[in-house]
Design a protein around this ligand. Structure first.
Ligand code: 5GP
Length: 220
């Protein structure tokens, strides 16, 4: 008797959206996920914001000017885009499509407006919201980053206050209190999605086909 495709086999890669308050530690979390598991691809966004010290073109972001960003929108090169604290951010489409086709789970680390656009376009995508354990911790992390002015920190806090109202649109909320633990937790959470029946159509077809064949054989 032929073996069944195991349910954990990947019919296709999954689109995973990670959002979180500025200062939730999601950047470090993404690095942990990429360093520990080889079945993820991290989408690199385009942005009109200036690079922070230490950031590299094509690693954290593709840094573009506003004219280029508008061209990308016009040429339908972006899966989604949003304005966030005076700058534009968008997800290049071609990389995401290419990695999904390879069976990779593609991580988009994007803010809420973009997350909602992705969910509307791709209802099977998984939306995860990351928070620090307390608001005090969030403010401390924002200040400790040391790369932002007090005015920008204030804008980011205002944004967090607004974003807190929209978290119900997400599928999961994850408290980032311990990096290693949260990386593992996030990995389980994403991989469990592959066992959803809607992601196992090939397995279902396989088991149905074999059942029918065996039944037909017995009734000869
Ligand atoms: P930062 O300037 O701190 O790197 O990012 C600011 C916000 O923009 C973060 O919440 C980040 O997740 C979000 N962001 C980064 N890339 C994208 C993108 O391609 N699309 C959208 N909608 N948001 C993004």
């Amino acid at each position: 008797m032929s073996e069944l495709h195991r349910p954990f086999n990947r019919d296709k890669g999954m689109l995973v959206v990670i959002s979180g308050f500025s200062g939730s530690g999601k950047g470090t979390l993404m690095k942990g996920l990429m360093d520990n598991y080889d079945y993820y691809s991290l989408s690199i966004s385009a942005t009109t914001r200036q690079p922070r010290p230490g950031e590299q073109e094509g690693r954290e972001y593709f840094f573009v000017d506003k004219d280029r960003f508008i061209k990308m929108i016009q040429n339908d090169e972006l899966l989604e885009y949003a304005r966030y604290v005076d700058n534009y951010y968008g997800t290049p489409k071609s990389y995401v499509e290419q990695e999904l086709a390879k069976g990779k789970d593609v991580i988009l680390e994007i803010e809420m407006q973009g997350a909602l656009k992705i969910k509307a376009k791709y209802p099977d995508s998984v939306l995860v919201f990351i928070t620090p354990p307390t608001v005090e911790e969030l403010i401390r992390r924002l200040r400790n980053r040391g790369t932002e002015t007090e005015e920008v920190i204030c804008k980011r806090l205002e944004k967090a206050t607004m974003e807190a109202e929209g978290i119900e649109a997400y599928d999961y909320i994850l408290v980032n209190d311990n990096l290693d633990k949260t990386v593992k937790h996030l990995n389980y959470l994403i991989q469990d999605q592959h066992m959803r029946v809607s992601n196992q159509i090939r397995f279902l077809e396989d088991i149905r086909g074999q059942l029918r064949a065996n039944y037909a054989e017995m009734n000869k």
